[in-house]
Design a protein around this ligand. Structure first.
Ligand SMILES: *Cc1c(COP(=O)(O)O)cnc(C)c1O
Length: 383
């Protein structure tokens, strides 16, 4: 059926009607006084979302553009960095840093398992010469549904004392607690089509004082993504280049919605969506790809053993207009991923779970009794 599509992928995520309508306006001049007010409000509300007094800069780019800015502004070719790699996005950090000549040492974990805090701590403790310039990790690893222990790894970074912590918070910001000031996170990258509830096109980078120190001596060439330009402009409620004005109207509405809901309530909603989804998958006796104590608040990955994951996705789409994500690389066909990030309500979770039950039955799974997973999810959602 037309117009009933339900996106349950980890980005782009569903966009509230209020946000869509906010974008349906003529653009105004980005150097106008009127638009300055919009930038001032956005900056203040972005700081609220990041729980920080640091700069939060807006870039016309997808999340990867924000990641690139997070590397090239604070590092130099040959700098030694530790990169956490336990999935597609950790791998992207490593590739990106290497592309600019940074000396990457990868700390890996099997896909589906969280990074080990001890692995980071032992490398950092052994670095008595303080040659490690940065520790770079993905908080919520979207490709596997694993939430890495950012707080724990960051503690080891703080014990080291010199290294910066650079974080991809693309699918954790606006879903679970990422207190930038309290944890003293130096650089935090995110993108608009995830927890922000707006379409793709904006990248965000939060930059703390220690990172700005590093900026002064960083030698990787930069121009469009030179964050100094963005800071200078943002301090004057302006932008260095033409920003995506209509997307920013959308962001204005989305941040207002988020503020009305409140951070605690937003985190709680994602926690419940995650718990309900996981309870439902367990009720179906399907293996969850990520362990309970490292579950992403944004996405749940499922390995459906007896059925092809791509068939599950195909039936979900054809019969129920629900779009799930597949596995990436070697996980293609082996897992499907259900996004529950951003503008997602308990009703969406129940609809998706009920549809999944029906899909498994259609695919010949005789173990499934209609309602068993829905009951498990509902029990959590009504608490
Ligand atoms: C979506 C995502 C990104 C950014 O991807 P883009 O396609 O460049 O927006 C980065 N990291 C993670 C963990 C993501 O989920």
């Amino acid at each position: 059926m037309d117009n009933k599509l339900m996106l349950m992928i980890p980005g782009p995520t569903p966009v509230p009607e209020k946000v869509l309508l906010a974008m349906a306006k003529h653009p105004i001049g980005h150097r106008s006084g009127e638009f300055s007010k919009v930038i001032a409000e956005l900056t203040e509300n972005l700081q609220w979302l990041h729980q920080t007094k640091n700069d939060v800069l807006m870039l016309t780019a997808s999340g990867t553009g924000a990641m690139e800015a997070a590397i090239i502004n604070f590092l130099s070719p040959g700098d030694r960095v530790l990169v956490g790699n336990n999935g597609k996005f950790g791998e992207r950090w490593a590739k990106l840093a290497k592309a600019f000549g940074v000396a990457v040492e990868e700390i890996t974990a099997e896909w589906g398992k969280p990074l080990s805090v001890e692995d980071f701590r032992s490398k950092l403790q052994a670095d008595s010469e303080k040659t490690i310039k940065a520790v770079i990790i993905t908080h919520s690893e979207t490709s596997t549904g694993v939430l890495n222990d950012l707080e724990g790894i960051n503690k080891a970074v703080k014990e080291h004392g010199e290294a910066l912590i650079i974080v991809d918070a693309v699918t954790s910001l606006g879903a679970c607690n990422v207190p930038v000031d309290q944890w003293e996170l130096d650089v935090v990258a995110s993108g608009s089509q995830k927890g922000y509830m707006i379409p793709p096109g904006l990248g965000f980078v939060a930059v703390g004082p220690k990172a700005w120190q590093a900026y002064k001596s960083a030698k990787i060439p930069r121009f469009y993504l030179d964050l100094g330009k963005y800071k200078k402009a943002t301090d004057e409620n302006s932008s260095p280049f033409t920003p995506p004005i209509n997307l920013m109207y959308g962001l204005q509405a989305a941040l207002q919605m988020q503020k009305e809901e409140g951070l605690e309530a937003i985190f709680k909603r994602h926690e419940k969506a995650t718990a309900a989804t996981r309870a439902a998958i367990k009720a179906l006796s399907l293996p969850l790809f990520a362990p309970d104590d490292a579950a992403s608040p944004a996405i749940t990955a499922v390995a459906p053993i007896s059925v092809d994951a791509e068939k599950v996705r195909s039936v979900m789409k054809k019969r129920f207009d629900i779009v799930l994500a597949g596995g990436q690389d070697h996980l293609k066909g082996k897992i499907f991923r259900m996004g529950h990030l951003g503008f997602v309500s308990p009703r969406d979770i129940l609809a998706a779970i009920a549809s999944l039950e029906a899909t498994l039955i259609e695919l010949g799974n005789t173990q499934v009794t209609p309602g068993q997973a829905v009951a498990a999810a509902a029990q959590i959602l009504i608490q």
